[in-house]
Design a protein around this ligand. Structure first.
Ligand SMILES: NC(=O)c1ccc[n+]([C@@H]2O[C@H](COP(=O)([O-])OP(=O)(O)OC[C@H]3O[C@@H](n4cnc5c(N)ncnc54)[C@H](O)[C@@H]3O)[C@@H](O)[C@H]2O)c1
Ligand SMILES: [Mg+2]
Length: 340
């Protein structure tokens, strides 16, 4: 049932770089992830993204563009000292990634310090991640999401679930260890399948009652333990809309930070065009229905839906382009266009 894997795009980082520099960067990143001394050295010359209670610091340029300011470690130490804090706190930074120049990138939460004071010194604003996702461009949104996911994981995994004893992180923050039980904990993601179902002419989109008004998306669901991705996909479609999937095609994947870290695996699926009756599970979904190519194309052009006087969107629209649901919908529309 699962068709051969087809990568529909090649991320920029794979295309533009020689494999040698990509390999050396990944090996460098792995070294500072695994070796505490190497990580401490990398922090000295690295970049730090600040968060306040998990909200990332953004800075607005004179031309009105929002950026993620990368602070030097010494600048963060200076800020901590100016605010009467211990500059050694900076060592709590968590490794996120490294730049093309092999500079390590870290996230650091200053949630224990007064927000306004840090904002003033940094000439920026701490912005809720959902809003930050809208404001940032290109690779900054996934980077900031990754930084937040790691900080959140550390903030909620301070104790061993077997012994109740405190867990200790390694320097990079890639793991936590309980010395009492010997259990090593690693940052966790929940696997989710997200699928755009088509009957050959129309695509099926659904909405939860918590979605903003008028927004419909591809159907999604968490994988159960022991399931394959294909099994989870077929089960979710059967449960949520009462349809049987006939074929599946892999599209891509995405880390999704809301409400907590999910690993989204995105696929296209088809159903038999003679068996398209939708019976919606009203516990999971408020509505699900078939949309024509024209309706979908129109929705894809909407960047910000028009709103009524209560601030609610008044038209059918789809998730913005940073959501993998948007990519699935876009791919389906392109494919339909080519067919016609
Ligand atoms: N990036 C995107 O384009 C995009 C689009 C749609 C949905 N999503 C995300 O997909 C995720 C799953 O979609 P859904 O809500 O339809 O899932 P779902 O259909 O599995 O329903 C959610 C329910 O699943 C249960 N559940 C099982 N395992 C869980 C786990 N590990 N974490 C939380 N709940 C779990 C809970 O009872 C929860 O109420 C959501 O977090 C949503 O934000 C992302
Ligand atoms: Mg669902």
């Amino acid at each position: 049932m699962l068709q051969p894997l087809r990568i529909l795009f090649r991320p920029k980082w794979m295309v533009s770089r020689s494999s040698a520099s990509y390999v050396s960067r990944m090996r460098h990143l792995n070294k500072i992830k695994e070796e505490d001394e190497a990580c401490r050295a990398a922090l000295q010359s690295g970049n730090i993204f600040l968060y306040h209670k998990l909200a990332p610091l953004l800075r607005r340029t004179d031309s009105g563009i929002y950026q993620l300011p990368a602070l030097q470690t010494k600048d963060v130490e200076e800020i901590l000292e100016k605010l009467g804090e211990d500059k050694e706190m900076v060592k709590e930074s968590i490794l996120i990634n490294c730049t093309e120049q092999n500079e390590a990138q870290f996230s650091f939460d200053v949630g224990a310090i007064e927000q306004a004071a840090v904002e003033e010194l940094c000439r920026g604003t701490f912005v809720d991640l959902r809003k930050a996702f809208f404001l940032l461009r290109g690779s900054e949104a996934p980077l900031v999401a990754r930084g937040q996911a790691l900080l959140r994981w550390h903030q909620t995994n301070g104790f061993c679930s077997s012994t109740g004893q405190p867990t200790q992180r390694n320097q990079s923050g890639s793991q936590r260890l309980c010395h009492s039980s010997g259990i090593t904990y690693y940052p966790k993601m929940s696997p989710v399948v997200i699928v755009l179902v088509s009957d050959g002419k129309r695509c099926l989109l659904g909405r939860q009652s918590t979605f903003p008004r008028g927004m419909y998306s591809a159907l999604a669901g968490f994988c159960d333990i022991g399931e394959t991705m294909e099994e989870a996909l077929c089960r979710e479609i059967a449960e949520e809309v009462g349809l049987e999937v006939e074929s599946i095609q892999y599209s891509g994947s995405q880390h999704w930070p809301f409400p907590q870290s999910s690993f989204m695996v995105a696929c296209h699926a088809t159903v038999n065009p003679d068996k398209t009756h939708v019976s919606v599970d009203k516990v999971e979904l408020e509505d699900a229905r078939w949309f024509s190519l024209e309706e979908v194309q129109e929705a894809l052009t909407i960047k910000a839906p028009p709103r009524n006087n209560k601030g609610e969107p008044t038209v059918f629209w789809v998730p913005p382009n940073y959501a993998i649901a948007n990519r699935l919908i876009q791919e389906w529309a392109n494919q339909q266009h080519l067919k016609s």
